[in-house]
Ligand binder design. Structure first.
Ligand SMILES: Nc1ncnc2c1ncn2[C@@H]1O[C@H](COP(=O)(O)OP(=O)(O)OP(=O)(O)O)[C@@H](O)[C@H]1O
Ligand SMILES: [Zn+2]
Length: 672
C-alpha cells in the first residue's frame, strides 16, 4: 500500500465524522496542549488520531513511577525523563504525518508571552493546579485564542470551553476554597482526624523543622497595633517554648536518646493540652481533651477514653475548581485499645494499613522525630517540610496526628490513610481521564468550526442514571476581574522603555480617530503592586526594568473614576531586527479602547485603586518603592503568627479566622 493510501485509510473514519472541511483543516491547525499528565497523555493520543498535524506539547515535569498506571504514553524505562519529550516521541508513532513539538518548561515562563500564544489556533489545558490554569486562561484571553479547560478528580470531571466575550472564562465564577478549617478547630478544638492531620502537617512539623521565624518581631508589631494582649502573651510564651525544643532538636545528642522527643511530647501533648483545659468555657459544650503521659504510655499503664467514630474526609485533587471532592474515607479505624498492640485483622496485615495503638504511635513519634533531628544535625538539610513520599515526615505526621487524636477522643488513622489525606491524594481514574479527553476534543471541534451554539460545559458526575451533563454556555460574568478587562500587547525593551512611555502611549492623545482614550486619571499596577496613581507619578520616569516589570507580565491601567474597563497591557519583546535608534516601544494599533464598565464591582483580581490623598514621593533608598504600597489584605490577627498563617495558606490549607464563625457550621470541610 502506498503512503498516501495508508494515510487516507488512517483518516477515513475521522473524515466521515468530521466532514471534509474540518478534516482538511486539521493537519494545518496549530494547537497547544498544556500538561502531559493523566489527561494530557490521553488527549495527545486523541488529537493525533483525530488528525491534528501541528501540536505543541508543554509540561514542566519528569515522569514518576507512580504515573505509569494511567499515563499510557510512558513506560518504566522512561521514568525520570521529560514528560513532554517522551509523550511526543511515543505519540508521533501513531501518525507519521504529525509534527509534535515538545517543550520541557513551565507555561508561566516569560518567553511564553502573548505573541507566543497568538501562534496557536486553539489551546487545550490538561493541568492539575489553579495557578497554572488561571495563567493560561488570562494568556488566552489576552491573545484572543480559544481555550478548552479541563480537570478530573476520581470519578468526577469537567470540560469548559472558553472564548472571550462569548462564554464565561475560568475566573468568571470564583473558585471555592479547596479546604478551609477554622484556625481554632485546628489549634484547639479538633473534632475529626483531618483536623489533627492538618495540625501535625501544617503546624507542628513546620514549627519544629521549618524555617526559624522571628515570631517576636511580629508579635511586637501586633501588640503595637492593639491586638489582644493576653493572646499575644500566650503566643509569646508558646514561641519561646518552641524555640527551646527547636534548639534541642538541633543540638548534638546521643542518637538513641529520646530526650528531645520527650521534650516535644511534653510540650504539645501535655502542657499545651493542660493549658487549654484550664479554659473552662471552652469545654462546656464539648468533650475536654486528656493530657497524655509519656512514661505511662511506654509502661502501658496510661489509658484514654475510647475514640468516637470519625467521618470520611475530603481531599483535594486536580479537579479544575481546585475544590475538594468528597472521598469516601475508609470506615473509622478500629477502636483502639490503650497501650495494647495493634489489631491483626486480615486487612491490617499490610504494614501501612494496620491500626496503630497508642504505644505504636508513641514509638513512631519518638523514632521519626529522632530521624528528622538526625537529618538536621547532619547539616545536609536546614529545614524539612512535609512530603508524602518522605517516610520520616509521613511517620512523624501520622504519629503526631494520632497522638493528638487520642488526646481528643477522635478515631485514629493508619499510615496509609494519613498519606492519602495529608498528601491530598484522590486516586486518579484512567477512565475518567479518557472520557474527559474525548470531550475536550469534541469541544475543540466546535470552537474550530465556530459552532458557538454547540459549545457545552460538560460534567462527568457520579450519577449512574446521568453520568454526563452538558450545560449551555453562560455569558461572561460582568463583574469578572479577568475577562471583562481590555487586553493589549506592547512590544518594548524594558531596559529603555519607561512606565510613562507605556501608559501615555496606551492612553493616546485622543485627537485622532481611534487614538486611545486620551489622558485620564489612572492607577497602574503590576499584579498587586501599585506602580503609580494620580497623586503619585514618581515611577512614570523609571524604566520597566528598574521596576522589575519584564516580558510576560501585565501592567493593569485602572480608570480612577471606575467608569472604563481596566486595560491589561501584556509586555512583549521587540522584534530582533528592531533598530536600536528607534523608539523602544511598539504600541498596538489601533490602541485599545476599553468599554464602559457594566458594574464597577469586580469579582477579584485587579485591585481597587488605593485611596488617593496628598502627593507622596517615593523614599530615595528604596529600590522598588511601589512594592511597599502593595494592597493590604487580611482581617484581624489569627492565633497563628501572621507569617505562620501565610505559610499555611501557601500549603493549600486555608485557616479561617473563626472569631465570628459558628464552630459547628465552620467545621464542615468545603467540597465542590
Ligand atoms: N505550570 C505548569 N507548566 C507546565 N506544566 C504543568 C504546570 N503545572 C502543572 N503541569 C503539568 O500538568 C500535568 C498534570 O497532570 P496530572 O494531574 O496527571 O499530574 P501528575 O503530576 O502527572 O500526577 P500526580 O500529581 O497524581 O502525581 C503534570 O504533568 C504537570 O507537570
Ligand atoms: Zn471571566
Amino acid at each position: 500500500m502506498t503512503a498516501a493510501a495508508s494515510s487516507s485509510r488512517r483518516s477515513a473514519h475521522a473524515e466521515a465524522i468530521l466532514g471534509p472541511e474540518l478534516s482538511a483543516r486539521l493537519p494545518q491547525t496549530k494547537v497547544l496542549l498544556v500538561g502531559a499528565g493523566g489527561i494530557g497523555c490521553e488527549l495527545l493520543k486523541n488529537v493525533v488520531l483525530a488528525g491534528f498535524g501541528n501540536i505543541t506539547l508543554l509540561d514542566l515535569d519528569t515522569i514518576d513511577l507512580s504515573n505509569l498506571n494511567r499515563q499510557f504514553l510512558f513506560r518504566k524505562k522512561d521514568v525520570k525523563q521529560s514528560k513532554a519529550l517522551v509523550a511526543a516521541k511515543t505519540a508521533s508513532a501513531f501518525n507519521p504525518n504529525v509534527r509534535i513539538t515538545p517543550i520541557h518548561g513551565n507555561i508561566k515562563e516569560p518567553q511564553f508571552d502573548i505573541s507566543w500564544f497568538k501562534q496557536f489556533e486553539l489551546v487545550l489545558n490538561a493541568l492539575d493546579n489553579l495557578d497554572a490554569r488561571r495563567h493560561v486562561n488570562k494568556m488566552c484571553l489576552a491573545a484572543g485564542v480559544p481555550l478548552v479547560e479541563s480537570g478530573t478528580a476520581g470519578y468526577l470531571g469537567q470540560v469548559q470551553p472558553i472564548i472571550k466575550d462569548r462564554a464565561e472564562c475560568f475566573d468568571c465564577v470564583p473558585k471555592p476554597t479547596p479546604k478551609s478549617f477554622p484556625v481554632c478547630t485546628i489549634r484547639s478544638t479538633p473534632s475529626q482526624p483531618i483536623h489533627c492531620i492538618v495540625w501535625a502537617k501544617s503546624y507542628l512539623l513546620p514549627q519544629l523543622f521549618g524555617e526559624d521565624e522571628d515570631a517576636g518581631g511580629e508579635l511586637d508589631e501586633a501588640e503595637k497595633q492593639g491586638e489582644n494582649a493576653q493572646e499575644i502573651a500566650t503566643l509569646r510564651k508558646e514561641a519561646l517554648a518552641f524555640k527551646a525544643v527547636r534548639a534541642a532538636l538541633r543540638a548534638p545528642a546521643d542518637p538513641s536518646s529520646s530526650d528531645a522527643a520527650k521534650a516535644v511530647f511534653q510540650k504539645v501533648f501535655r502542657s499545651d493540652v493542660e493549658n487549654l483545659l484550664s479554659m473552662a468555657d471552652m469545654w462546656r459544650s464539648r468533650e475536654p481533651p486528656t493530657p497524655l503521659d509519656f512514661e505511662g504510655i511506654q509502661a502501658g499503664t496510661f489509658a484514654v477514653k475510647k475514640p468516637g467514630h470519625a467521618n470520611g474526609t475530603a481531599v483535594n485533587g486536580n479537579h479544575m475548581n481546585g475544590a475538594a471532592v468528597k472521598a469516601t474515607g475508609s470506615a473509622a479505624t478500629e477502636q483502639l485499645l490503650n497501650g495494647a498492640s495493634s489489631s491483626t485483622s486480615s486487612s491490617a496485615s499490610l504494614k501501612d494499613q494496620r491500626a496503630l495503638s497508642l504505644q505504636d504511635n508513641l514509638e513512631m513519634f519518638v523514632s521519626s522525630l529522632n530521624r528528622l533531628a538526625a537529618r538536621l544535625r547532619s547539616g545536609k538539610e536546614e529545614t524539612i517540610s512535609f512530603d508524602k513520599d518522605d517516610d520520616d515526615t509521613l511517620d512523624f505526621v501520622t504519629a503526631s496526628a494520632n497522638l493528638r487524636s487520642f488526646a481528643y477522643g477522635i478515631s485514629t488513622k493508619s499510615r496509609w490513610e494519613v498519606k492519602e489525606m495529608a498528601g491530598n491524594i484522590i486516586p486518579a481514574i484512567a477512565t475518567t481521564n479518557a472520557i474527559i479527553s474525548g470531550l475536550i476534543v469534541l469541544q475543540a471541534f466546535h470552537l474550530l468550526k465556530k459552532a458557538y451554539n454547540s459549545l457545552r460545559n460538560v460534567h462527568v458526575q457520579f450519577r449512574p442514571n446521568m453520568p454526563l451533563s452538558a450545560i449551555k454556555m453562560s455569558l461572561p460574568n460582568d463583574g469578572c476581574g479577568v475577562c471583562r478587562d481590555t487586553f493589549a500587547e506592547v512590544l518594548c525593551d524594558p531596559s529603555r522603555a519607561t512606565l510613562g512611555d507605556i501608559v501615555d502611549g496606551i492612553l493616546g492623545d485622543r485627537e485622532g480617530e481611534g487614538s486611545g482614550t486620551g489622558k485620564r486619571e489612572v492607577s497602574v499596577y503590576e499584579d498587586k503592586r501599585v506602580l503609580s496613581d494620580p497623586d503619585w507619578d514618581d515611577n512614570l520616569e523609571r524604566t520597566l526594568e528598574s521596576l522589575n516589570v519584564t516580558r510576560g507580565m501585565f501592567l493593569s491601567i485602572v480608570d480612577d473614576d471606575g467608569e472604563l474597563e481596566t486595560i491589561q497591557v501584556g509586555i512583549g519583546m521587540l522584534p530582533p531586527n528592531h533598530p536600536v535608534d528607534e523608539s523602544p516601544v511598539i504600541l498596538p494599533s489601533p490602541l485599545p479602547l476599553p468599554k464602559k464598565k457594566v458594574k464597577p464591582q469586580t469579582v477579584e483580581s485587579t485591585p481597587p485603586p488605593p485611596p488617593t490623598g496628598v502627593k507622596r514621593s517615593a523614599p530615595d533608598d528604596e529600590d522598588v518603592p511601589s512594592a511597599k504600597r502593595a494592597r493590604k489584605t487580611g482581617g484581624p490577627a489569627p492565633p497563628f503568627s501572621p507569617s505562620k498563617k501565610r505559610k499555611l495558606d501557601e500549603d493549600g490549607i486555608i485557616m479561617v479566622d473563626s472569631a465570628d464563625v459558628d464552630l459547628e457550621d465552620a467545621d464542615i470541610i468545603v467540597i465542590d
